[in-house]
Design a protein around this ligand. Structure first.
Ligand code: MLT
Length: 290
């Protein structure tokens, strides 16, 4: 079997594949370049950069499996693959802790203005009163999605003595209760939370689920953390809500289009941004590759 690895993947995973298969690593291919060579391969391994479109799948005459070294499958057209009998697999737990810890880092950075205070001091300004923060203790954390990452965030947020509410139509109240979360409606998440954190896949049902209407129902002190997928939130609406003081802030790791160098969210000083670093730990990259 011939395997093509089309995005950077940790060597520990590549070594395992090489024991069994003929493996080529060709990263940074343009869509037309990938389309031109995919016909030679039985398996394709990607992370989030490569878009596995119906065109690529059609050209992959020998393809049997598309593997995602990571969780989100929104860059792979599963319908097109399924129609051709191609199996799509992911690595659902390899980067859970990395994404969880990045979420908590974003919450704490928001609560205590860490990035802005760091920037000011390095520019020579000692502004202690400008960066008055809030504590996580006693605040309500609304968790959208109680899968692997949402559940681990819940476990750690309990240590901060936060009060946890969650929305997930696929988990039972007993499961939620076991991780200290009270299941509520989406509306209750929006209206009651001090922090809202998203841990959902991007699907036709979830795309744009937080827009101007939902933001308008949130507390003026609410803060949103998105380390899931950019397309879940209307970015223009989020920018306006933060800038107009309808909510207190946001911390965003993922964008509707990436790389997101000119994204509207990068223009607000009240929004913390990171370049899709949720899974970027040494441990997680080995985890998803293996
Ligand atoms: C994932 O879906 O696994 C994460 O967003 C990380 C990534 O895209 O590499």
């Amino acid at each position: 079997m011939k395997v093509l690895i089309a995005d950077p993947v940790a060597k520990e995973g590549i070594e395992i594949l090489r024991k069994e298969f003929d493996v080529d690593v060709k990263t940074g291919l343009k869509p037309e370049e990938l389309k031109a060579i995919i016909g030679d391969y039985d398996a394709l391994v990607v992370r989030s950069e490569t878009q596995v479109t119906p065109d690529i799948i059609e050209a992959g005459k020998k393809l049997q499996v598309v593997a995602r070294a990571g969780v989100g499958l929104d860059n792979i057209n599963i319908d097109a693959a399924t129609k051709k009998g191609i199996i799509v697999v992911n690595a659902p737990t390899g980067n859970t802790i990395a994404a969880t810890e990045h979420t908590l880092a974003m919450m704490l950075a928001l609560a205590r203005h860490v990035p802005a205070a760091n920037d000011k001091l390095k520019c020579g300004a000692w502004q202690r009163s400008a960066f008055m923060g809030i504590e996580l203790k006693g605040k309500t954390l609304g968790i959208l999605g109680l899968g692997n990452v949402g559940s681990e965030v819940a476990r750690r947020a309990r240590a901060f003595e936060m009060s946890l509410i969650g929305y997930d139509p696929f988990v039972s109240p007993e499961y939620a209760q076991n991780i200290g979360v009270r299941l509520v409606s989406l509306d209750q998440i929006y209206t009651q939370s001090d922090f809202i954190t998203l841990h959902l896949p991007l699907t036709p049902n979830t795309r744009g689920m937080i827009g101007a209407k939902e933001l308008a129902t949130m507390k003026p002190t609410a803060r949103i953390v998105n380390c899931a997928r950019g397309g879940l939130v209307d970015e223009e609406a989020l920018f306006n809500a933060v800038e107009q003081g309808k909510i207190a802030g946001a911390a965003v790791d993922v964008f509707s289009s990436e790389p997101a160098v000119n994204n509207v969210l990068c223009r607000s000083s009240k929004i913390i941004v990171t370049p899709h670093l949720g899974a970027s730990t040494a441990e997680a990259q080995v985890g998803v590759a293996v």
